[in-house]
Design a protein around this ligand. Structure first.
Ligand SMILES: [Ca+2]
Length: 174
């Protein structure tokens, strides 16, 4: 009796039960896995942003100016979608080496775009009053920032949601 059952293999009902169980498991595990990936990306962005801010401070300590070719002593600066600040911190391009004349690598070369493929935005106090003026990035800042350097990622949606947004996935250093 037992051997004939084994030869018969699975019945249709048994197969359907197995498929249903697999479907339920996938339904539970997939969102959890996606959530875990998003969380990992957010913490990657946070650690990149902290590294960028530390690198700018180290650059400032070394040179007594900000890692941009023009604008030191003038108004505050937003890197927007440009990469010149990162290039200066890494000294990995000719433009970067012109700003970082001693070619000191202040930043791990791994840092490029954020985990969603968008540029990190870096805000610099280029007029040296220890404040980044709100007007430097009026979308993101609700008031002047009392820091020399700040940075942010636009988050998963790839948009600078800003201080007025009800629901923002931006990741900021302030
Ligand atoms: Ca300023």
């Amino acid at each position: 009796m037992r051997s004939s059952r084994r030869q018969r293999g699975f019945s249709l009902v048994e197969l359907l039960v197995v498929i249903a169980v697999l479907g339920i498991l996938a339904g539970i595990l997939l969102p959890a896995a996606t959530g875990a990936i998003q969380k990992a990306r957010v913490s990657q962005a946070r650690s990149d942003l902290d590294a960028i801010v530390s690198a700018v401070k180290a650059f400032y300590g070394e040179y007594g100016r900000m890692p941009v070719s023009a604008g030191n002593g003038k108004g505050d600066f937003s890197s927007a979608d440009k990469t010149e600040v990162l290039e200066a911190l890494k000294a990995d391009t000719s433009a970067g080496k012109k700003v970082n004349t001693k070619e000191i690598p202040f930043l791990d070369v791994r840092i490029g775009t954020d985990p969603w493929g968008n540029a990190y935005v870096i805000l610099l106090d280029c007029d040296f009053d220890d404040t980044i003026a709100k007007a430097t990035d009026a979308t993101m800042l609700s008031a002047d920032l009392k820091v020399k350097v700040a940075a942010y990622s636009k988050g998963r949606n790839g948009k600078a949601d800003g201080h007025a947004a009800k629901k923002s996935d931006d990741i900021t250093t302030w």
